[in-house]
Design a protein around this ligand. Sequence first.
Ligand SMILES: Nc1ncnc2c1ncn2[C@@H]1O[C@H](COP(=O)(O)OP(=O)(O)OP(=O)(O)O)[C@@H](O)[C@H]1O
Ligand SMILES: [Mg+2]
Length: 309
Amino acid sequence: MDQIDLNLNAGETLGIVGESGCGKSTLARSLVGLVPVTKGSVEINGQDITRFNAAQWRALRRQVQFVFQDPLASLDPRMTIGQAIAEPMMSLSPEWGAAERQRRVAELLERVGLSSSLQNRYPHEFSGGQCQRVGIARALAVEPSILICDEPVSALDVSVQAQIVNLLRDLQRERGLSMLFIAHDLAVVRHLSDRIMVMYLGRMMEQANTDALFESPKHPYTRALLASIPRPGRPLPSDDERLVGELPSAAMRHPGCVFASRCPISEGMCAMQLPPVYRDTNGSAACHFIGGNAAMSSTVLSRSLQTPA
Ligand SMILES: Nc1ncnc2c1ncn2[C@@H]1O[C@H](COP(=O)(O)OP(=O)(O)OP(=O)(O)O)[C@@H](O)[C@H]1O
Ligand SMILES: [Mg+2]
């Protein structure tokens, strides 16, 4: 990851989208200390967590919780799901006694659409979607103020997906929860997010308010991503809109724009020079040919700025 600059405001949902392997999970994990940050900072309420010691992390865990992408792997196979949900309460909210914990476990299970009578079962006795709901219940157990959700609904069928998305929305309204929401289903991200960040090969391509991003995407990568959403009655994306070629290796050095090799409007200098970040009231985008930056090439501009149908 490189050149990533983002804010998550209180009570807001920031969606993160991008192709598989672009670093969404790595970004999310680095925000909670599960991946070491080699350079840069991550501040929560003004404190740089990359410098935190064990005691400071412990205090933060109650505030920031994580829903993992792989639901089964994130649950301990030796614990019943009731124990799994009670565990963070025992270590982070010890003031709640056994009876209170028990009441909360039952309430959380019902809240994510699972019967509280299932709490003595083990993770392997559940489907992937059910385990994901247990993961969400566990993350909510200590009433965090920041929830980082890494593909929380990808393993769920549409009806359960809607239930969980609505649950997350309700929690946001009730508790002013701040959420970082990663998903590759753009419709779900649009439904939940106030703002969206688009990533490609470990870098930020564009960040914008949700409506602005969908209605007038600025970055050629965002356009390609939105054009790839299948819509009945709409022709398949043209060659200019479609992503062609292979994803370059993240291990290679990319002095310029990482999207240059697949970008329909790139010119020679794109791969050589780091694109400046263009900002307006709706957001920002890193491209040589956007807004004020576009003065560099008027011919390219006329080719590039067509909103996808
Ligand atoms: N532990 C690791 N060691 C080495 N490379 C890793 C590790 N975890 C992830 N990667 C690599 O880092 C890149 C980003 O992975 P990451 O899991 O963050 O992607 P992602 O955007 O979450 O993808 P997906 O949408 O498939 O979940 C990938 O190229 C991946 O192979
Ligand atoms: Mg991932």
